[in-house]
Design a protein around this ligand. Sequence first.
Ligand code: PGA
Length: 271
Amino acid sequence: MNKESIIIANWKMSLNIQESVDLVQAISKKQAGAKSQTEIVLCPSFTALQAVSNALRPKSASDLDSNIAAKFGTKLGAQDVFWEEKGAYTGEVSCLMLRELGCEYVIIGHSERRGYLNETEEMVHKKVRAALNLGLIPIICVGEKFEERQNSRKDQVVANQVASALEGILLPSAKRIIIAYEPVWVIGSGQAVEPKEAEYTNKIIKNILLEFYEADLVAKVFKTIYGGSIDSGNVAEFVGQENVDGVLVGGASLKAEEFLEIVKKVEDLSI
Ligand code: PGA
């Protein structure tokens, strides 16, 4: 299989600054071998972004060996962002501020934000637009709740979320966008959906994208991934699906051994 996969670690609100740096170091110490095809993105809490950024890119030349950002292509991402560039928005953080810290990616519209903070489709759309305008790669999370699935509304819910996140956004081919299908009810449950279902849903997502953009633009700009109870035991079957270009990992990304095993399983697929 020859595709460039992406593995995104969403550490949520789980680790303090020291624990975040320790995890980066544990991952980098054990990650052996040449620079891989697989892109890895770490998304710590806002408070740990600076420390993780430093740990990924040590300043002194003598630290070059431990420069895991350069060696393995490990990137930094944030878990949320605000849509304005700067101004009187107490408590918010802008795309420019995230870029200042070395972030290249940002998770937008995670179901925990939609659920606990009432983040709406309109807010998600504004954040996606801002990220694209201000040089961050959005990781747009979409997915149905359990009741929506029970009422056979899953496909429609996911299609609507994708459409409203991107509506009216013009894309030059240099941009990149990740769309993560995350069924809300399996997140953190330890029980993922069937890989075939992720493939089926990601095809629906691709079809919506094809309604908005030319096929070659869709192929260049977008990756469609899956998230929800991914671990080293199930990751290969997901990434082995044609339209699953990677994974968004929560709980299983918090332990270095398990996360590295996930990376290894994905890399073994690309050999
Ligand atoms: P999980 O979380 O892997 O712990 O299910 C995934 C996510 O919320 O992105």
